[in-house]
Ligand binder design. Structure first.
Ligand code: PMP
Length: 422
């Protein structure tokens, strides 16, 4: 296969593909992907949680094509363009956070948020070299993002290279008691070390890569209060949960609070092009607004900052949200998904079934299969469903356009792979 001669795929031990070839895709439509043989796969995980309105959605396709024929890309330092300005205005209105910094992937957005928080205090003569993050968290693969993450699978080998951070326990389940207990642990940590901390970073409501761990909104409400009490920034990483995934446009809405810095990516462009943004409170921007000084100014940059094609894709995605009541429609789809999974509660291999909006997870008891996720993924692919379990957690996080029949098939295949796994 030509692919295997040159390409190193992400999050993959390439040797695994000696006995299970990489699948060559040619097109996508709605919730389905099609390979070169014409076989279809229901994309039950929105292609790593990026796709919102289906593959090759014509409105986003034409917005990108139109933009490409006028301005495909231009340096964003000293220049601007309508797609970026329009997008910034819309996101500011939607989030209530008026300032925005562009980047081109989720990890980069996390790096920017961390750097801004640290730099803000540094400019005020305060050294606060620590960030507080949660057990079970995931914020990306670059060094700063790995440092605030907690998944050994990705982090362990690089531990010696990473900045030191402080860790606070995530709520151990979805109950309000667990939320309060975890917030109290963070309060104790901040009482001791708060003066050294620039920011707390959390994935609100659902820690996705950490196994779709779900928390009561009371947790982030209390974390917000702690950040206010200790004068620390609150960073919300809504890269996975933003844009309607948890039942509201943004997860923070469910707690009735606002973060100081908000990282968005993935669904931002409807899953068409890589882009991320960090939205922030005016106060943070204003603190950097002064006469040029090389050390005090925030000189972070990426070549593709504010890419017009990605901005056009994002604007087209927001058009789709405006055209139809997706948040309401998703509630129905989410309920259907949760109902379909309910019978699995009684499956002898199942520890818990949980869901939050358009995310539904089935956690299995410990398995003897050494790599259950790989085994289950392969079996599902053979049945025409793209599942990518996280260890022993299977989940559905489909495009919002998924049909009832497709959902039924996803759940049937899920049940089949659970039946068969050791
Ligand atoms: N934060 C969260 C919560 C994520 O889920 C991810 C990606 N899965 C990232 C950050 C990193 O985003 P990217 O893969 O675009 O770097």
């Amino acid at each position: 296969m030509r692919d295997a001669r040159h390409i190193w795929h992400p999050c993959t031990q390439m040797k695994d593909h000696e006995d299970f070839p990489i699948i060559p895709l040619v097109r996508g439509e709605g919730a389905k992907l099609f390979d070169t043989q014409g076989k279809s796969y229901i994309d039950a995980i929105s292609s790593w949680w990026v796709n919102l309105f289906g593959h090759a959605h014509p409105h986003i396709v034409s917005a990108i094509a139109k933009q490409a024929s006028s301005l495909e890309h231009a340096i964003f330092a000293g220049f601007t363009h309508e797609p970026a300005v329009r997008l910034a205005e819309r996101l500011a209105t939607m989030t209530g956070l008026p300032r925005l910094f562009f980047a081109d992937n989720g990890s980069a957005a996390v790096e920017i948020a961390l750097k801004l928080a640290y730099h803000y205090f540094h400019n005020q003569g305060q050294e606060r070299p620590y960030f507080v993050s949660l057990t079970g968290s995931y914020h990306g693969e670059t060094m700063g993002a790995l440092a605030v993450g907690d998944l050994g699978l990705y982090k362990e080998a690089y531990k010696a290279l990473l900045m030191r951070t402080l860790q606070s326990p995530a709520p151990k389940d979805r109950t309000i008691e667990a939320a309060i207990e975890a917030a109290e642990a963070m309060a104790r940590l901040l009482h001791e070390r708060g003066h050294e901390v620039a920011a707390v970073i959390v994935e609100p409501l659902v820690q996705c890569a950490g196994g779709m761990a779900m928390h009561d909104p009371e947790f982030i409400r209390r974390v917000r209060a702690l950040c206010d009490q200790f004068g620390i920034f609150l960073i919300h990483d809504e890269i996975a949960v933003g844009f309607g995934r948890t039942g509201t446009m943004f997860a923070f809405e469910q707690a009735g609070i606002k973060p100081d810095l908000l990282c968005l990516s993935k669904g931002l462009t409807g899953g068409f092009l890589p882009m991320s943004v960090v939205m922030m409170r005016e106060e943070i921007y204003v603190a950097f607004y002064e006469d040029y000084h090389p050390q005090r100014s925030f000189l972070h940059s990426h070549s593709y900052t504010g890419n017009p094609l990605a901005c056009a894709a994002a604007n087209a995605t927001l058009d789709l949200f405006e055209e139809e009541e997706w948040i309401t429609r998703n509630r129905q789809t989410a309920q259907k998904m949760a109902e379909l999974l309910t019978p699995l509660v009684h499956h002898r291999k199942v520890r818990e079934v949980r869901s939050k909006g358009m995310i539904a997870a089935v956690e299995l008891h410990d398995l003897s299969d050494p790599r259950p996720a790989r085994t289950m993924m392969r079996k599902a692919l053979l049945q025409g469903v793209l599942l990518r379990p996280l260890g022993n957690v299977l989940y559905l996080m489909p495009p919002y356009v998924i049909s009832d029949e497709e959902l039924v098939k996803c759940v049937e295949v899920m049940k089949m792979v659970i039946d068969e796994v050791e």
